[in-house]
Design a binder for this molecule. Structure first.
Ligand code: SF4
Ligand code: SF4
Length: 391
């Protein structure tokens, strides 16, 4: 088993080939821009979901033809790809599903609807209270009607229940990869987890994807018997990366190149979306609605459950320091950084740093310097904690 870019490109090619074959048979592809969209509904309609949040700097020049410069890089990159038709996943999508989350995304979706049909899922502003849940159930029913009309298939109770079980198994398997980092030495780097679990591609043949992840897990578990590997990993500070989705990898890469290991990520695609499963009993649509509404995203108000999740991860993954990634112009995560800093430093007693950046490479050296100083601070704090524990 090889990891890194070679693994990713082989894997992507395989998944791409599978999806293309299914599309040639007439299977519809739905582009998804947010973790609030329940992919279970798409697969229950016999279609393929594909995540379209982009991480490349390249399409910015196209995006800037229509969008302001001071907008989140994730939104601009995704839109730029769509406008220039440079993303094969976007190109393959028949229909786009757009959750009304942050303001930038909502307005970008209006422009996107000039390129492909867009269905907006109007998320409530809060996950608290029965009225929000009832409202979200109705939004999901309207999504089901759209999926049925585009695919010609019916989303039956049985099909949905089956897809919920499959997606739960997929989530649980991804979480198992993270769990490899809960022991006395981390067994897998954040970059490797990213390669194995990153989901900006077609979600087809999930059962096979689970088997592939199993193979990866078995390989990674052998590291627990490799003394050389353990000697190298034990002294590395364990970082929790939180905040905006890690669509662009520069901060993750810099942290690990600086000598730390990103033992856990609390963001979309990471433990934010893997920490709970959809209940498999009762009304499947309501169970789905409840579980998705509980995703602790900063677009929701209040979003206090994010703090509970952070505390749990810090404890479970033996985290030494927290890096909060904010894409420039992401107001919700930027404002929330104040409460996260306060919580991490005062309640969890861990060093915290916020990195505000975009997708460009211009500030890489500056980020490297800040991360280097942060890791030194962690080393001092860890020594102090150890001394306190020994006193
Ligand atoms: S961070 Fe929030 S808005 Fe962004 S993809 Fe995740 S759930 Fe959606
Ligand atoms: S990172 Fe922030 S601004 Fe960008 S799409 Fe996500 S929530 Fe919106």
């Amino acid at each position: 088993m090889r990891f890194g870019e070679t693994y990713r490109s082989c894997f992507e090619e395989k998944v791409f080939h599978e999806a293309r074959a299914l599309k040639a048979e007439g299977v519809k592809v739905f582009g998804v821009y947010c973790s609030f969209t329940p992919k279970e509904l798409i697969t229950a309609a016999g279609a393929i979901p594909v995540s379209l949040c982009a991480g490349s700097e390249k399409p910015m020049e196209h995006a800037h033809l229509h969008l302001p410069q001071n907008l989140c890089a994730l939104i601009k990159s995704s839109y730029g790809h769509a406008l220039a038709d440079t993303c094969p996943y976007f190109h393959a999508a028949d229909h786009l599903l757009a959750d009304a989350t942050c303001d930038g995304k909502k307005k970008m979706f209006e422009l996107l609807s000039r390129i492909k049909p867009v269905h907006v899922l109007n998320l409530p502003q809060t996950s608290v209270g029965r009225a929000s849940l009832d409202y979200w159930v109705e939004e999901l029913k309207s999504l089901v009607r759209l999926l049925e009309s585009v695919t010609g298939n019916t989303v039956t109770h049985e099909r949905l229940a089956r897809e919920i079980r499959l997606h739960n198994a997929f989530r649980a398997k991804k979480r198992e990869i993270y769990e490899l980092n809960t022991g006395e030495a981390p067994l897998v780097t954040g970059s490797e987890i990213d390669v194995i679990t990153w989901n900006t591609m077609f979600d087809c043949n999930l059962a096979e994807r689970i088997l592939e992840m199993d193979e990866a897990i078995n390989h990674l578990k052998t590291r627990a018997r490799d003394e050389g590997f353990l000697r190298e990993m034990r002294p590395k500070p364990r970082i929790l990366l939180t905040g905006c989705p890690v669509t662009n990898k520069k901060v993750l890469t810099i942290i690990e190149e600086s000598g730390a290991v990103v033992a856990a990520q609390e963001n979309c695609g990471g433990l934010k979306t893997l920490s709970s499963l959809v209940p498999e009993e009762g009304d499947p649509l309501r169970a789905l609605a409840r579980r998705y509404l509980e995703i602790p995203c900063s677009c929701m108000t209040p979003n206090t459950s994010r703090l509970g999740l952070l505390a749990d991860i810090i404890q479970r993954y033996r985290i030494d320091g927290v890096v909060d990634l904010t894409w420039e112009a992401c107001h919700t995560y930027n404002v929330e950084a104040f409460s996260v800093r306060e919580f991490v430093q005062e309640r969890c007693c861990r060093p915290y740093i916020q990195i505000r950046t975009d997708y460009s490479q211009n500030d890489c050296e500056q980020i490297r310097t800040r991360i280097g100083a942060f890791l030194e601070m962690i080393a001092t704090a860890t020594c102090r904690r150890a001394a306190c524990a020994g006193a």
